[in-house]
Ligand binder design. Structure first.
Ligand code: ADP
Ligand code: MG
Length: 727
């Protein structure tokens, strides 16, 4: 029987060789002082005064936090290795018989104990301990021993220094290997420190952790098997007997983490829907048909479905909260137009907010064209209109003689008072902060609310960021769209590319040249739009009608430049990324992107979206900064590999993680400790469904069995989802 120190023991309990009779565990543990919920970290084995700070860094502040310091993964070592399988420097387990022992004391007083094992199947491993003379007493010749440690070579044989050992009783069957948890670490902390701290706390505190998930939820959370209870889960995640057991425990915690967040979102959604009523806007079959007739083309199946969703939503007196998610060019505007005309048909006002003035003007122009000959009064409210125009416009909005207002953030101003605002549409939502959308709705009586987003975020992310919205997805693109070819260009090929651009332009198409900055910065080796413009005009694109557009120009100048391009007068538009959002010129089919390695994948995809809008094939060539081959840049390679924004988004997510998704710093993603929005998509969907069901029955989580859940929702996500006031 091995009686080893508690620290060693707790490691063994986690490791593959802990098969000590139950009685011996008890006695060993009783020798340590019992750990309580309030025990300071320094008294916990494996931490001690010297590592308290380091554990803080891992997020461990109280003893119970250790229970929720989940392993990152498990090391599943094969039960036992034969001598020929040992690899120097790697951890291994061998089983063998003690055939020799030695004990020495060096001149400096350092003692060593050596135990030579004849390994099953042949060969020898020497176990050695320094300054642990008591080891000598633990072993005797003929014992069968399992030793786990890092295999080293003495030149003559293999050696393990300070291995973990288990002595097998005669006739005792061989224990099976157990998965060994691998914890997140920080410098100065080793696996064994965490393992022993966790083991100690696990022993004493597991039963003081309250179960947040009532039986009913644990039963319905997973279709195949109820979720493990909290105590069992904690034990199994830290000290699993099998990897299946570990996974079952992980599943519970992943579910719980996602579930608590989805509860918060469901509560918020419920509140948005039930706080105040919205006007019922009923699209009668006649109205419906009349609006659809205004579209010059046949709608795609996804567009029709989204319209149906919107139509149903608006017919209710609970406010619509819907996100239309669709790749660039998928035709989201159609849905917005439908909703707005529907509102107007019911004598309600509608507002459309766009992130830039250019885009607002484009929407305005389009709508006005589409509504030509109708009674609908449509106006534009942007920063650049004169004070007089503005005052007059505000008045007309307030008395309700304006039906549709298209604008920028200027719409958010306190002074904009509607007579009866029935619908708010926000285009390119990802360009706005989440807060702004809240402002608009909270400062008014509640209108229906429609959000368009061209960031093709993966579904699971959408469910997380926009978990309080209903989602319609436009996946198919309008028919007749020609393909876009994406090339990765090298500096050497640049002249050839410009020749191609000239050829395209001379055949009647138009071209964009995009570069991220207005001015050059020799130090950072970036070429600014101004310099590019001059160089192209004097060099490779000489003779073409070429113009410059960037964000520092004033609104009217920008508009004039864009108008000239839209009208086809300008052949080549050199621009900064101001053209990223929404600009729609179907005849523009060629795009050159310079310094593309400085841009995010989403941005590049958005830019590319500018040239896939008509029936001519599009050509985009991306150049990285001089000296960098674009194919060396993972993002650019991905861009070239697919034209499907959703697939791109998934790839980007894999590459960069959700926190930095698609170049837009996505606010509103909760910090996740164990769940992974990509890997655990299925669990998320399950959690979301159940959260919505629970909140429907118990909107404020006031039922006794939801009390702990409610506390967790408030503690973890109260601020994020502004539920601080749910009581
Ligand atoms: P986005 O989703 O990027 O906002 P838009 O709504 O601007 O896309 O639509 C892109 C282009 O496709 C526009 O020129 C629009 O008129 C056109 N379009 C939209 N729906 C259809 C359709 N069903 N059939 C043909 N063209 C369409
Ligand atoms: Mg759009």
């Amino acid at each position: 029987m091995s009686s080893i120190d508690p620290l060693q023991k707790s490691i063994n309990r986690l490791g593959s060789q802990s098969h000590l009779p139950a009685g011996s565990e008890k006695s060993a543990l009783q020798s340590t002082s019992p750990i309580e919920v309030g025990t300071p970290l320094q008294y916990i084995p494996g931490i001690g005064p010297q590592r308290v700070e380091l554990f803080h860094r891992l997020g461990v502040r109280r003893a119970t936090d250790l229970l929720f310091l989940f392993p990152r993964s498990y090391q599943d070592i094969a039960p036992y290795q034969s001598i020929t399988e040992l690899e120097l420097g790697f951890r291994a387990s061998v089983i063998g018989q003690v055939v020799d022992m030695d004990q020495r004391v060096s001149f400096e007083g350092r003692s060593s104990v050596g135990v030579l094992l004849a390994v099953d199947g042949g060969g020898y491993v020497r176990c050695v301990w320094y300054n642990q003379p008591f080891r000598r007493q633990q072993f005797s010749n003929g014992m069968r021993v399992i030793a786990t440690g890092i295999a080293k070579s003495t030149g003559i044989s293999f050696e393990m220094r300070h291995p973990e050992t288990t002595i097998l009783a005669p006739g005792q069957p061989l224990p099976e290997a157990k998965p060994i948890p691998v914890y997140p670490l920080t410098e100065g902390i080793q696996q064994r420190h965490v393992a022993s701290a966790v083991a100690a706390v696990l022993e004493h505190l597991t039963d003081s952790i309250e179960e947040a998930l009532p039986d009913s939820i644990r039963l319905s959370a997973n279709s195949t098997k109820p979720l493990l209870g909290i105590g069992q889960s904690l034990r199994a995640i830290h000290q699993p007997n099998t990897i299946e057991e570990a996974n079952e425990a992980r599943y519970r915690f992943i579910f719980q983490e996602l579930f608590v967040y989805q509860l918060a979102l469901a509560m918020r959604r419920h509140r948005l829907k039930h706080e105040k009523p919205a006007p019922k806007i009923l699209a009668t079959p006649m109205i419906h048909a009349r609006i659809l007739k205004r579209f010059a083309f046949e709608l795609t199946r996804d567009q029709l479905q989204a319209i149906e969703d919107v139509r149903n939503d608006m017919a209710q007196d609970v406010p619509m909260n819907r996100l239309i998610q669709g790749d660039v060019g998928s035709g989201k505007t159609v849905i917005a137009q439908y909703a707005m005309l529907n509102a107007v048909a019911s004598k309600q006002q509608a507002a459309l907010m766009a992130p830039t003035e250019l885009l607002a003007r484009q929407h305005f122009t389009r709508l006005r064209k589409q509504l030509a000959g109708s009674q609908v009064m449509i106006e534009l409210l942007v920063g650049s209109i004169t004070q007089r125009e503005r005052t007059e416009l505000l008045q007309r909005i307030a008395i309700g003689t304006v039906d549709l207002v298209v604008g920028t953030q200027a719409l958010l101003s306190e002074q904009v008072q509607f007579e009866s605002l029935g619908l708010v549409v926000i285009d390119e939502q990802h360009k706005f902060g989440v807060r702004q959308r809240a402002n608009l709705r909270e400062s008014r009586m509640v209108p229906h609310y429609l959000v368009l987003s061209a960031t093709p975020i993966p579904r699971t992310i959408a469910m997380t960021i926009f978990g309080d919205l209903d989602i319609s997805v436009l996946r198919d693109k309008p028919p007749g769209r020609a393909m876009v070819h994406t090339y990765l260009g090298s500096t050497a090929q640049q002249n050839k590319w410009w020749e191609f651009v000239v050829k395209q332009v001379l055949s009647g198409r138009q071209a964009y040249v995009v570069t991220p900055r207005v001015e050059s910065d020799p130090e950072a080796e970036v070429v600014g739009a101004e310099q590019v413009y001059r160089q192209l005009m004097e060099g490779p694109l000489a003779g073409l009608r070429i113009e410059l557009l960037h964000g520092r120009m004033d609104g009217n100048e920008k508009q004039a430049k864009l108008d000239a391009f839209t009208a086809g007068h300008t052949q080549v538009l050199v621009a900064t990324t101001v053209v990223e959002v929404g600009i729609d010129v179907p005849n523009a089919t060629v795009m050159t992107i310079l310094d593309a390695d400085r841009m995010g994948l989403a941005q590049l995809h958005q830019l590319r979206g500018r040239i896939s809008r008509g029936s001519f094939p599009g050509y985009v060539c991306v150049f990285a900064k001089p000296g960098v081959a674009p194919e060396e840049n993972a993002r650019l390679s991905v861009l070239a590999s697919t034209d499907d924004g959703f697939r791109l988004a998934e790839q980007d997510l894999q590459m960069r993680g959700p926190g930095d998704l698609l170049g837009t710093k996505q606010v509103g993603l909760p910090p996740l400790r164990i769940a992974d929005l990509v890997r655990d998509a299925d669990v998320l969907i399950q959690a979301r469904g159940l959260a919505q069901k629970i909140v429907e029955q118990d909107p404020n989580l006031d039922m006794a069995e939801h009390a702990i859940l409610k506390r967790q929702v408030r503690q973890r996500h109260g601020a994020v989802v502004s539920l601080g006031d749910v009581g």
